[in-house]
Design a protein around this ligand. Structure first.
Ligand SMILES: *Cc1c(COP(=O)(O)O)cnc(C)c1O
Length: 396
């Protein structure tokens, strides 16, 4: 049997390669931070991590994780409801809920699991899920696992959302689902309008704050802070794997009864291991730091404003961003790959994206700014973009 299957896979892999879509991985030999070492021995500036607050290699989080290794051990070897819950897990859940102004929170191995396990226990075929077309893959998969009627509206298109809501009056309960920040444009979901429509058409709201938590809003409390809607949505999901230290772990936070039901019925929670104590302890430390100061958010917002202003002044076509994601629009797929390769030669690590990751003829370089970047890093990146941009005729 395998001979035929092998030939089949080899052909499929060749198709992926000839379409230019084969993903190669660059190997980093240092910690994840602003300046990274790659396996060729070179040092480059990293502008493609989700390390928005520069916490991936933060000494306080490392210390907290090391201490927990000594006090609470290495692994849990259990799901939460058998014997996988320590004081650390309960404390972290309380911190998550407090950070977002919600009743309670539940931890998962990843936000992929949080989204995979949130719909099916709460809704059934009598209900409606109304989802933004650009929502994350994990939301799409989670919705597929649920029997609710599915509606889809074009990215942030409130007219289409309203139409969906009108039709969905036929269903029992309605849940609008959106990412907080859309990862390719860096635009924030129009939560003020979504909230108004939810009120008008009697719907609930779930927001995935994976890219927006820690980043969006004056103190980084996410889209609900940005729009002054703290505590007004029913469900928030998010990750500890981006701004919040970047290790691993996801969560759902929301109304008490929703979290209670997920603890009883959510399959990725019930049938998958607990996050390690060291990760939980570092997460607690991180939220304690966030509660004391929003200095990292201030620095991130300053860095993003500084970088985009310099790039626009140089003549680049930068999408207006409300996050730390900056899209440098090139439109041409090949150009996006050439530019990223040349930027790496200049010591700047950025990624070019093109169809099908972004719409056709919308190819771009995505630059992710971090509070871990210093002015000198940003200046070096801008100078390299100008040099490469002139070489490639992107700017004059
Ligand atoms: C990154 C991301 C996820 C997945 O988070 P993990 O914790 O890495 O599984 C889910 N949703 C959105 C919107 C994301 O950006």
């Amino acid at each position: 049997m395998y001979t035929n299957f092998q030939a089949h896979l080899t052909r499929e892999l060749e198709t992926i390669k000839s379409a230019g879509l084969y993903k190669n991985e660059r190997i980093i030999t240092s910690a994840q931070q602003a300046v990274i070492k790659i396996s060729t021995g070179e040092e480059v500036l990293n502008f493609c991590a989700n390390n928005y607050l520069g916490l991936s290699n933060h000494p306080e989080l490392i210390r907290a994780a090391k201490e927990a290794l000594d006090t609470h051990g290495y692994g849990m070897s259990s799901v939460r409801f058998i014997c996988g819950t320590q004081d650390l897990h309960k404390e972290l859940e309380a911190q998550v809920a407090q950070f977002f102004g919600m009743d309670d929170a539940i931890l998962y191995a990843a936000c992929f699991d949080a989204n995979g396990g949130v719909f099916e226990p709460l809704l059934d075929e009598k209900d409606a899920i109304i989802s933004d077309a650009l929502n994350h893959a994990s939301i799409i998969d989670g919705v597929r696992l649920c029997k609710a009627q599915r509606y889809r509206y074009a990215n942030a298109n409130m007219e289409e959302l309203e139409n969906c809501l009108k039709i969905a009056q036929a269903q029992r309960f309605r849940l609008i689902v959106t990412d907080g920040i859309f990862s390719m444009d860096g635009n924030v979901a129009p939560l003020d309008h979504i909230y108004a429509l939810a009120q008008k058409y009697d719907a609930m709201i779930m927001i995935d704050e994976s890219h927006s938590a820690g980043v969006v809003g004056k103190t980084g409390r996410g889209a609900t802070e940005q729009f002054d809607l703290r505590g007004k949505v029913e469900i928030i999901t998010g990750t500890l794997g981006k701004a919040f230290g970047g290790a691993i772990g996801g969560f759902t936070t929301g109304k008490q009864e929703i979290i209670d039901m997920l603890r009883q019925r959510s399959r990725p929670y019930l049938f998958s291991n607990s996050i390690p104590p060291s990760v939980a302890a570092a997460g607690i430390k991180m939220f304690q730091m966030m509660a004391q100061t929003s200095a990292l958010q201030d620095k991130l917002h300053e860095n993003t404003a500084y970088f985009t202003q310099k790039m626009m002044a140089a003549g680049f076509d930068i999408k207006p961003t409300q996050s730390a994601i900056c899209a440098l629009m090139l439109y041409d797929a090949k150009l996006s790959q050439e530019m990223a390769a040349k930027m790496l030669q200049e010591g700047i690590y950025v990624i070019g994206f093109y169809y099908p990751v972004v719409p056709k003829d919308q190819a771009r370089i995505r630059i992710q700014i971090s509070a871990g970047h210093e002015r000198a890093h940003l200046d070096k990146a801008v100078a390299a973009f100008i040099k490469v941009g002139k070489e490639l005729g992107v700017i004059t």
